[in-house]
Design a protein around this ligand. Structure first.
Ligand SMILES: [Zn+2]
Length: 759
């Protein structure tokens, strides 16, 4: 690479030589390489069309890098800029070699880069131990980029990513920021094996990269390095629910999806979604639970070793795991990988047995006979509680790609049992209303038979099934009420998410009903918010910190008086004299958003000031969200225009689109603005990962069939190939919302009345 002398040149491999070159030498090199260089485009300091004052010299350096091993072209990377770095190293537990590792940023960010480096040093040896394959390159750098379309990218030896995922300030970023940095860093390091050492044959096998990086990076290895975060349990909230949410839509796709033919690049861009990442990771987690994690990881290691520096397809992975487990993994997993969707199990209690039947789940609850043909291989994981209170799980029961199975269970109607123990399966379970109430009662017991994972799974099942018409929303609400004393962050996070979704979809129902939903949310979360308060103790566990943040967030957004008065007081200090010391980093989003929501221009300007000069990326994200929560028409208009003002990087449009859609006051305006700005959006984001998500989030919170018709009308005749998946998934979401309201509006009203939230 020929670059200005004062800049830093980076590539996948280490530098082997670096020397100053004169203009004449440069010309010679370029001619030799048959490159025609237009030097007028190389004027100092010219970026993004803006000319900045520059002190760039006219001295040039030629840097040569070592040759990479055999590598897929999408992993080739080089970078050049005014970077500074911090350095560490690790000693390979397999080879004893010392591998240097750096994190590069532009100078203003380097003081927040230490943590990303520490995480890399901590996780890398773990991967080597687990896979028994050494990291093969002579170095592993991370470059933090100030504008980046995706979250991060795993280029071999030179990981790149955006500031919000890599920068962390121990005083100012908070636990959410810390977990994000660790999770993303670990995910990208996992790719150094999954994707880089053994790579996919073609993009239809993308899941082999992303599902593994998700499962290994964000669960298995993260849990070993940071057990206090309970990442393995959080997987259910973070990935399993997300996977099932998307895969319940008609517009979903199989994990392994054919990608050929016309517009193939557009199609490839769109499969970097919850199916490839989260559903892929979920089915691997299920398989790992079926055969045992040691056997699973052994099989993965066999697979990796057989495909070092070469391409692989799904079957190769199954061959490796079949070898370690002695089971025919390909036939067990076939439908999970090759078919769209997942099953819902319905349970009937008959005498001394349970009859369990599988059908395709759809978020609209209406699969046709044709759509309901797939029969999956399902581990039933029957958890039983004996009369003596002893808990056992039968791990050998399966629905072996058959429609129905009957399993023995003594006095089934009065037995204490639950399917999908530890929520390891990729399916939902529909129980009768009576059984759901019994499960809720058991789940609510302190030290009851149901684990944290069981309780989180129950909440997800109850609400998702209600939303799709397999159950009633009142059943979910009763379960939420039964679990109100649950001490864990994850159960509370699941409940809060589903109640927020109810409040959001019910946005155009009677004010009295909406107020009643908020009263219920305040009733559940208000006391916890007040008990835990806004101050964080230095010995608080991660679980307690996150519980506090979620309780305060729900209580404030549902209008709890005490919580809102605290918000006002604490934001007041920031507004008056720039003192943000009363706002803990993990409460930034809530405090900013509620201050703007309940405030006026002064609050808005204060948050805008934070956006323009953020202390950390977390501050900036919190500010972006908050600007979207104003209730004032004029300010709302400003926010809607803001992304197009030149003050917002393209990587950040997403925050505005999703937050404006989340604000009922901004929801329709967001969609109208998207229609008005469509030409600009499709031009500016052509080829970006984010276009599909931007389009989808601009309308997917709407909840009537008329809205869905309007969206369809608008895109009719337009070329939607770059975001066809996002468009149809968004439309499915709107129609599912509409059906949910139509089906359960009366049910919800009756429940609120019966429980004294509605007069
Ligand atoms: Zn990835």
């Amino acid at each position: 690479m020929i670059h200005r002398k004062e800049t830093v040149a980076l590539a996948n491999m280490n530098v082997v030589s670096s020397k100053d070159v004169t203009q004449a030498e440069q010309d010679k090199i370029l001619r030799a390489a048959e490159l025609e260089l237009d030097t007028s485009k190389l004027e100092a300091g010219k970026t993004e069309g803006k000319t900045e004052a520059s002190t760039a010299s006219d001295e040039w350096t030629l840097t040569e890098f070592a040759t990479t091993p055999k590598v897929s072209t999408y992993l080739v990377a080089w970078a050049n800029g005014p970077f500074v770095s911090i350095e560490s190293s690790y000693t390979s537990p397999l080879t004893g070699k010392v591998i240097p590792m750096k994190v590069y940023t532009t100078p203003e960010y380097i003081h927040q880069a230490q943590y990303a480096l520490d995480v890399k040093v901590k996780v890398l040896p773990e991967y080597e131990r687990v896979f028994d394959v050494a990291y093969p390159l002579p170095k592993l750098d991370t470059l933090v980029a100030s504008d980046f379309d995706a979250g991060a990218m795993e280029n071999w030896g030179l990981i790149t990513g955006r500031t919000s995922v890599y920068l962390y300030d121990p005083e100012k970023s908070g636990l959410q920021g810390q977990k994000r940095t660790a999770g993303v860093q670990s995910h990208e390091v996992a790719h150094q094996w999954f994707g880089n050492i053994a790579t996919l044959n073609w993009w239809d096998n993308l899941w082999l990269n992303e599902a593994f990086a998700t499962l290994m990076g964000e669960v298995v290895i993260l849990d070993r390095c940071f057990p206090e975060w309970e990442s393995a349990s959080e997987f259910i909230n973070m990935h399993l629910d997300r996977a099932l949410d998307l895969d319940g839509k008609r517009s979903s796709h199989p994990i392994e999806v054919p990608l050929q033919g016309e517009n193939v690049e557009d199609a490839i861009n769109q499969v970097f979604d919850a199916i490839s990442y989260s559903k892929g990771a979920s089915v691997l987690r299920m398989l790992s639970n079926m055969i045992g994690e040691d056997v699973f990881l052994k099989g993965v290691s066999i697979y990796l070793k057989k495909h070092l520096y070469s391409n692989a397809v799904t079957k190769d992975l199954w061959d490796g795991i079949s070898e370690s487990s002695g089971k025919d993994i390909a036939s067990i997993m076939a439908n999970w990988i090759l078919k769209q969707g997942f099953p819902v199990l319905s349970v009937t209690e008959e005498g001394d047995s349970l009859k369990i039947k599988q059908n395709r789940f759809l978020s609209t609850g209406d699969p046709s006979a044709d759509e309901d043909q797939t029969l999956w291989y399902v581990p039933l994981m029957l958890k039983k509680v004996g009369a003596d209170g002893k808990v056992t799980t039968d791990r050998e029961l399966y629905l072996k790609s058959e429609r129905e199975v009957t399993v023995p269970l003594q006095d089934a109607q009065n037995a204490n049992y639950k399917l999908n123990a530890e929520t390891v399966g990729v399916y939902r379970v529909a129980y009768s209303p009576e059984r759901l109430a019994k499960l809720g009662a058991e789940a609510a017991k302190r030290d009851g038979a149901f684990s944290l994972e069981d309780r989180v799974g129950l909440v997800g099942d109850a609400f998702t099934l209600a939303k799709a018409g397999y159950g009633k929303t009142s059943g979910g609400l009763s379960l939420a009420k039964a679990l109100r004393e649950d001490p864990s962050y994850l159960v509370n996070a699941a409940v809060s998410g589903h109640l927020a979704s109810l409040a959001s979809v019910w946005w155009e129902q009677d004010q009295a009903v909406r107020d009643a939903i908020d009263r219920f949310r305040v009733d559940i979360f208000g006391p916890t918010a007040k008990r835990l308060g806004f101050e964080f103790g230095k010995d608080d566990s991660p679980d307690l910190k996150q519980l506090r943040a979620v309780a305060i967030s729900v209580a404030a957004s549902a209008g709890d008086e005490w919580t809102l008065s605290e918000v006002k007081k604490r934001f007041g200090a920031l507004m008056a004299n720039g003192d943000d010391s009363q706002i803990h980093p993990d409460l930034l989003r809530t405090v900013f958003a509620q201050a703007v929501k309940h405030g006026g221009e002064k609050e808005y300007e204060t948050v805008l000031g934070v956006y323009r000069k953020p202390e950390t990326p977390s501050h900036k994200i919190a500010a972006m969200f908050a600007l979207c929560f104003t209730q004032d028409e004029a300010l709302l208009k400003r926010t809607i225009e803001f992304p197009f003002s030149g003050e917002v990087k393209e990587q950040d449009f997403m925050y505005f689109f999703s937050a404006l859609s989340a604000n009922p006051k901004g929801r329709r305006a967001m969609w109208e603005s998207t229609k008005a700005k469509y030409d600009e959006l499709s031009r500016r984001f052509a080829g970006n990962f984010s276009l599909s998500r931007l389009i989808e989030s601009s309308f997917n919170a709407l909840s009537t069939n008329e809205d869905a018709d309007d969206v369809e009308r608008f895109f009719k005749g337009k070329d939607v190939s770059k975001f066809s998946m996002g468009l149809s998934q968004g439309l499915d979401a709107v129609r599912a919302n509409a059906r949910w309201v139509q089906r359960d509006a009366e049910d919800v009203k009756a429940w609120l009345r019966d429980n004294q939230y509605l007069a």
